[in-house]
Design a protein around this ligand. Structure first.
Ligand code: NDP
Ligand code: 2IT
Length: 438
């Protein structure tokens, strides 16, 4: 850690992600000198390559804008690089590296042949016209296309990148390469996209929660659920949780959160999507449209009494105070749908209180797993019906859960899912690296 911090000063999200993993695997690593002999840690924490490029584009006023583009190809021991693209003004090298690092172990957990990568830009989609989004995506691909390919690196969506952006990116990729080979997942379902990919991250999260609850002879039906965000992942979680009989009582945006005592269900879930698509990115209009819902400006949903809390927005959005509040209010389960949404201090509190806690790299792996299923369908030039994709997704989430239990079971019977996920994800990558030589 000291070396890493010296080499990459200020990359705090990256340090945080590496530290968390190292703490989890320390014991098992020290029991197997074989890892040290192959310098696995030193090799594992250094990305294979970090690409940073200029993205110049022309806005609707005719002005030239310049953004930064990134692709971190972290590790391809298990398969071609795979991971999403994030368009958000906060994007920087540290955030890209932490996300790519997490992706390596998440992809390992899916049981599919996928390496880990992440990319994106500090471009802010907020308030941009459709034409501007298209021109930005085209300019971004003008550089990225030479670094990706169906057996090299397969990008997908993340914050600010959904089906529309994937369409523009893929269109440009296709022109430049003259190939329609499926590179990029989350495509439109008429031209190679897998059914259920948009829902998959959220659905997978809810399947994972049900697996955790099943060990306690319980399930999600009748539970009160608090979620943050109102993007793609929040939408999938709300849809599946509601379908299985839970009541989702909160959503949040950068302006605050809404509390809906009747539950976010039916047409309200579709309204979430409309709000998100409006490019306004505020949640307050929800409470204007549904008067029973109350809006709390500049506050977080974690103050609401709930059985299950599911952060679905961004990194470090749930801190120590939020964790204390959730524990005090009798919350039983905190499941990370976003990547690294809980701070290390929050995680300590949650685990000490022996709550069910699922780290993002296990719980949200259904998204990338379904991207992997999209790649399989593209390679076969076939598309599976939704129920087949769903069945495979459920099976993958059960498998991830079992692996977390296998490596996370503590002497007192408590399952430390963080430790379990990190060890299970790490072991596969480490063995593959050792077997493939330096
Ligand atoms: P969306 O862009 O659809 O939604 C993101 C939501 O989070 C929005 O409500 C957004 O509001 C909010 N948000 C983003 N950045 C910040 C910030 N810095 N501070 C506060 N709120 C923020 O993205 P997704 O739903 O796809 O992604 C949500 C999370 O899930 C991310 O952590 C992502 O990495 C993770 N994830 C996504 C997967 C996918 O398949 N899409 C798969 C696995 C994980 P606003 O932009 O206005 O701030
Ligand atoms: O964080 C993630 O796992 C994603 N954004 C999805 C990546 C993918 O390749 O589908």
């Amino acid at each position: 850690m000291t070396n890493l911090e010296r080499r990459y000063p200020g990359e705090k999200e990256y340090h945080q992600a590496v530290y968390e993993l190292l703490m989890s695997i320390e014991e098992i690593y020290n029991q197997m000198p074989y890892f040290d002999k192959h310098s696995i840690i030193e090799r594992l924490i250094e990305p294979d390559r970090v690409l940073i490029f200029k993205v110049p584009w022309v806005d609707d006023m005719g002005n030239i804008q310049v953004n930064r583009g990134f692709r971190v190809q972290f590790n391809n021991a298990l398969g071609p690089y795979k991971g999403g693209l994030r368009f958000h003004p906060s994007v920087n090298v540290s955030i890209m590296k932490f996300l790519a690092f997490e992706q390596v172990f998440k992809n390992s957990l899916t049981t599919l042949s996928l390496g880990g990568a992440k990319g994106g830009s500090d471009f802010d989609p907020k308030g941009k016209s459709d034409g501007e989004i298209m021109r930005f995506c085209q300019a971004f691909m003008l550089e990225l296309w030479r670094h990706i390919g169906p057996e090299i690196d397969i990008p997908a969506g993340d914050i600010g990148v959904g089906t529309r952006e994937i369409g523009y990116l893929y269109g440009m990729y296709k022109k430049l390469t003259r190939q329609h080979n499926g590179t990029l997942t989350g495509k439109g379902t008429d031209w190679g996209g897998s059914l259920l990919r948009p829902e998959a991250t959220g659905y997978g999260v809810v399947y994972f929660i049900n697996e955790m609850l099943a060990r306690q002879k319980d399930n999600i039906e009748g539970k009160v659920v608090a979620i943050s965000g109102f993007g793609n992942v929040a939408w999938g979680v709300a849809k599946k949780a509601t379908e299985l009989g839970a009541k989702v009582v909160t959503l949040s945006g950068p302006d605050g959160f809404v509390y809906d005592p009747d539950g976010v269900r039916g047409e309200k879930i579709d309204f979430m999507l409309e709000l998100r698509a409006s490019n306004e990115d505020i949640i307050e209009p929800y409470s204007q449209k549904y008067p029973k819902a109350r809006f709390f400006s500049n506050r977080k949903p974690w103050e609401v009494k709930c059985d299950i809390a599911i952060p679905c927005a961004t990194q470090n959005e749930l801190d120590e105070n939020d964790a204390l509040q959730l524990v005090k209010n009798g919350c039983r389960c905190i499941c990370e749908a976003a990547n690294m949404p809980c701070t290390p201090e929050a995680i300590d509190i949650i685990i000490q209180a022996k709550l069910l806690y699922a780290p993002g790299k296990a719980a949200n792996a259904g998204g990338v797993a379904t991207s992997g299923l999209e790649m399989s369908q593209n390679a076969m030039k076939l598309s599976w019906p939704a129920n087949e994709v769903d069945m495979r997704l459920q099976h993958i989430m059960q498998n991830i859960h079992q692996n977390c239990v296998k490596y996370g079971l503590q002497p007192d019977g408590y399952i430390n899912y963080l430790k379990g996920a990190n060890i299970a994800g790490f072991l596969k990558v480490a063995h593959a690296m050792a077997e493939q030589g330096v």
